[in-house]
Design a protein around this ligand. Structure first.
Ligand code: SF4
Ligand code: SF4
Length: 221
């Protein structure tokens, strides 16, 4: 069972940034100087209740998210308060790396599992796929990050088995969405990116196509 104090160690072992460069410098110029994922107008970070308890003791960086419009009120109403809390930080200028939430550390990535429950790698959270520079740029993600991410979730699924179930379902939905969009399911693994099957989700073959060209990144805001 997860306890607030567990987050000290969980955070300690998950510190690596996804890329060797600061990806915020790529996207922030398109959002008044603020990375999209650090702006609650685009993405609202979520914390586990135990994590929220831990963070409140550690720092003044965070407060509970205060919805500002009907969409945001709907968003807050949708989540189960016993399982998650929407939170907001004071902004990138005040960011404390050691007190970033799990959702900050993982964005824009999620664990990928096949239908048998095998944890095979990492896929993208595509909630702001046209804004986030990293989405579908498989080659820029460091091996160190993939390793850390995988190790972190292996451990986390032991603490919270319900998260394994949740991501199994998320991966299934992801495969269906990509299938409908006729886009490949690319999974980042310790052996590099692989394409996965729409049905069943197993890894098929190494993904060797190049990333999107640099000049294709042009978020429409
Ligand atoms: S993860 Fe995506 S949205 Fe966040 S700073 Fe990097 S490029 Fe920008
Ligand atoms: S804590 Fe840091 S990384 Fe997380 S949303 Fe705030 S500024 Fe961004």
């Amino acid at each position: 069972m997860l306890k607030p104090e567990d987050f000290k160690e969980l955070y300690r072992v998950f510190h690596s940034a996804p890329t060797a460069f600061d990806c915020g410098k790529k996207c922030a110029p398109f959002n008044d100087g603020e990375p999209f994922c650090c702006d609650t107008g685009w993405v609202v970070p979520i914390a586990f209740p135990e994590e929220w308890e831990y963070l409140q003791k550690q720092s003044c960086l965070w407060h509970e998210f205060r919805p500002r419009n009907s969409d945001e009120f709907d968003l807050v109403e949708e989540i189960d308060a016993d399982e998650s809390v929407f939170v907001e930080c004071r902004g990138p200028r005040y960011c404390e790396r050691e007190n970033r939430s799990i959702s900050c550390r993982t964005f824009p990535f999620e664990p990928y599992l096949d239908t048998k429950g095998n944890f095979l790698g990492i896929i993208y959270n595509r909630v702001i796929e046209d804004k986030c520079y990293l989405v579908d740029r498989h080659s820029v993600v460091t091996k160190e990050f993939v390793k850390m991410f995988m190790r972190f979730f292996e451990n986390f699924f032991v603490f919270l088995p319900s998260e394994r179930e949740l991501y199994m379902e998320q991966s299934r939905i992801y495969r269906n969405q990509m299938s409908r969009r006729k886009k490949p399911v690319v999974v980042l693994t310790l052996k590099g990116p692989f394409e996965a099957a729409y049905r069943g989700g197993k890894l098929l073959a190494q993904w060797t196509k190049p990333d999107p060209p640099e000049n294709s990144y042009c978020p429409d805001v």
